[in-house]
Design a protein around this ligand. Structure first.
Ligand code: 5RP
Length: 233
C-alpha cells in the first residue's frame, strides 16, 4: 500500500472501531487524522451514526468539518463540558514508553488540550513513526509567543537543544500558528526523560506548549507497509 492508502485505512479504522452515536469526539490534525474526519462525515451523512458532537484541534480540521457538514462545538460548550469520549489524532513519533511527539502540523496546543481531556485517545500512524527515542530525528515542536523568539531560543539551546525557527511556505517569514505564535523546532542529541522535558520546556517564559505528550495512555494503531495493523495499548 502507498502512504496515502495507509493513512486512509488508519483514519477509517479508528472511526469504525471507536466512534459510536451520541459520543463527544475530538478530531486531530494532519494528513492521517483528516481521513478520520472524512469517515465520520460519511457515517453521519449516511445515518449510520447520529448525535456525534465534535471538537476540532486546528483551523485545518475546522474547515474540513465545515465543508463536510460535521457538527463542531467549542470544548467549552455546555454540551461538551470540557470532556470528550474519544479523540482520534496522528503523531510524528511514538516511543515504546507510550510517549508521543506531535506538532508537525503546528496544532500541538489544542491537540494536547483535547487529548488530555479525552477518556480515550486513539493515535493513528505509520509503523515508521515508532522509534526508540523521541526528538532525535524529528524535532520537538515548541510553540512560543513571538516576543520571546530570541529569549526562548537561548533557553532551549541552554537545555542542549538545536533550534530552528519553523518557516512558512509560500509566504515570507515564520509559520504563525492558530494561536498567533511561532514554532521553534528543537532537536536534542542527548537522551532525555520525556516526562521531565515536557515540564521543563513549558517552564521557559514565553512557551505556550510543546509537542511532547506524556500525560496519559494512548491506544496506538500502527500501519505496516503491507497494510496490516499493529495495536499498542
Ligand atoms: C499536527 C500533528 C499531526 O498529528 C502530526 O504531525 C502527524 O501528521 P501526519 O498524519 O500528517 O503525518 O501533530 O500538529
Amino acid at each position: 500500500m502507498d502512504e496515502k492508502e495507509l493513512k486512509q485505512q488508519l483514519g477509517r479504522r479508528a472511526v469504525d472501531d471507536f466512534v459510536r452515536s451520541g459520543m463527544r469526539v475530538g478530531l486531530g490534525t494532519g494528513s492521517t487524522a483528516v481521513h478520520a474526519v472524512r469517515r465520520l462525515a460519511e457515517k453521519l451523512n449516511s445515518g449510520e451514526l447520529d448525535s456525534v458532537a465534535c471538537v476540532v484541534t486546528s483551523s485545518q480540521t475546522e474547515m474540513e468539518c465545515e465543508d463536510l457538514g460535521v457538527p463542531i462545538y467549542s470544548l467549552n460548550h455546555a454540551h461538551i463540558g470540557g470532556m470528550l469520549d474519544v479523540t482520534i489524532d496522528g503523531a510524528d513519533e511514538i516511543e515504546p514508553s507510550g510517549s508521543l511527539c506531535k506538532g508537525g502540523g503546528g496544532a500541538l496546543t489544542l491537540e494536547k488540550i483535547v487529548a488530555y481531556n479525552s477518556k480515550q485517545v486513539v493515535i493513528v500512524a505509520e509503523e515508521r513513526k515508532y522509534v526508540a527515542e523521541l526528538g532525535k530525528t524529528f524535532p520537538i515542536s515548541v510553540e512560543v509567543v513571538r516576543e520571546a523568539r530570541v529569549t526562548a531560543t537561548r533557553a532551549l539551546e541552554g537545555m542542549g537543544g538545536s533550534v530552528t525557527l519553523r518557516m512558512a511556505q509560500r509566504k515570507m517569514g515564520p509559520v504563525i500558528t492558530d494561536n498567533g505564535c511561532i514554532i521553534l523546532d528543537t532537536l536534542f542529541a542527548r537522551s532525555f526523560d520525556a516526562v521531565a522535558l515536557e515540564r521543563e520546556l513549558n517552564a521557559v517564559p514565553g512557551v505556550l506548549e510543546n509537542g511532547l505528550f506524556t500525560g496519559r495512555q494512548y491506544i496506538v494503531y500502527l500501519a505496516k507497509p503491507d497494510g496490516s495493523l499493529r495495536v499498542l495499548e
